[in-house]
Design a protein around this ligand. Structure first.
Ligand SMILES: Cc1cc2nc3c(=O)[nH]c(=O)nc-3n(C[C@H](O)[C@H](O)[C@H](O)COP(=O)(O)O)c2cc1C
Length: 309
């Protein structure tokens, strides 16, 4: 096995957050990491983002909550989680004991709630950064902050000013102009933007004349959305001076390299973890050779090197 750290410089800076390498796992697709410890060498990951937490526990949406589609997965989990207190008690001690940076994904009911959760986590110690999920398509308030530039800027600024942790702002692709939202997050002081959350979709049982998901609509992920997320990364990289974390349909080393060249400084693997739980390890094995093909052994030389036609 090629150990990446031995052969190349994979370090990445996302504003105030430094990662040992650019390969992270995406929120909601890797549990709280403990579930994966028998399968994945967690210490090799560039970053771990556990399932989004909210201040109070949430039961999530009624079933069905996942449906397979052509090259994709539709989900309407609805931010099912045990709430902040339970996360701090049951999951955070394990997560911060790992060698990989832990980026805690949070979702608030409103601006004050985001700040409150951020403060609690800041005080816990050991958390590397926060990912602000302002883009969940499966909860009523989820996308307000992510689709309105003013609200986006305000919530980012409020968290940034009231918390010492680096902040990654995760945006939705379900907007007309992703650049506007990324610029707003940058103006609010985010350290990086994460592009993208899932694409709003639905599945129908025409014989029963009913939607298949309990929530009627849900978020599409997996290879089906890769061109959309890649386009978002490219457009933002061309227009806004902010580090980008790419996520959406990434399933192999070529997908990763496409995102890096298009402008991402790091990537997250989501749905692919479900059908190939060791995918991150394979990608980490293959990354040094892939960047060497572009004539460097320093990863930081790669992001945004695309030459637009
Ligand atoms: C079942 C499921 C649950 C998810 N839960 C969350 C979540 O809690 N918070 C979040 O920010 N994104 C969540 N996502 C979105 C992923 O983190 C990722 O942004 C999206 O799936 C696109 O990447 P992918 O195509 O590689 O899966 C979830 C995705 C799936 C498939």
């Amino acid at each position: 096995m090629i150990r990446d750290a031995d052969t190349a410089d994979m370090q990445v800076c996302l504003g105030r957050l430094t990662l040992p390498n650019p390969i992270m796992v995406a929120s909601g697709t890797f549990g709280y990491a403990r579930e994966m410890e028998q399968i994945v060498d967690l210490s090799r990951l560039g970053g771990i983002v556990p399932k989004t937490i909210t201040s109070q526990m949430r039961k999530g949406n009624i079933p069905w909550r996942t449906i397979e589609t052509s090259s994709g997965l539709l989900n309407s989990i609805g931010l099912d989680n045990d709430g902040l207190d339970a996360f701090i008690e049951n999951h955070l001690p394990y997560l911060v004991s790992l060698d990989a940076p832990v980026i805690v994904s949070i979702a608030g009911e409103n601006q004050a709630d985001y700040v409150g959760i951020a403060n609690r986590l800041d005080a816990c110690g050991g958390v590397a950064a926060l990912e602000l999920n302002i883009s969940c398509p499966n909860v009523a308030h989820g996308v307000d902050f992510g689709s309105n530039p003013e609200l986006c800027e305000q919530v980012v600024r409020d968290v940034r000013e009231n918390c010492t942790l680096p902040v990654i702002t995760k945006l939705t692709p379900n907007v007309t102009n992703i650049v506007e939202l990324a610029a707003a997050a940058a103006a609010g002081g985010t350290d990086a933007v994460c592009l993208t959350n899932t694409l709003l979709g639905m599945a129908v049982d025409w014989r029963k004349q009913r939607p298949l998901l309990g929530n009627n609509v849900g978020g599409l992920s997996g290879p089906a959305i890769k061109p959309v997320s890649l386009r978002c990364v490219y457009q933002v990289a061309q227009a806004v001076d902010i580090p980008i974390v790419g996520v959406g349909g990434i399933a192999n080393i070529d997908d990763c390299m496409e995102f890096f060249v298009a402008g991402a400084s790091a990537i997250q693997i989501g749905t692919a973890n479900y059908y190939d739980p060791t995918i991150t390890m394979k990608i980490l094995d293959e990354l040094p050779a892939a960047i060497a093909e572009l004539g460097t052994n320093k990863f930081a030389n790669i992001p945004g090197t695309i030459k637009p036609n």
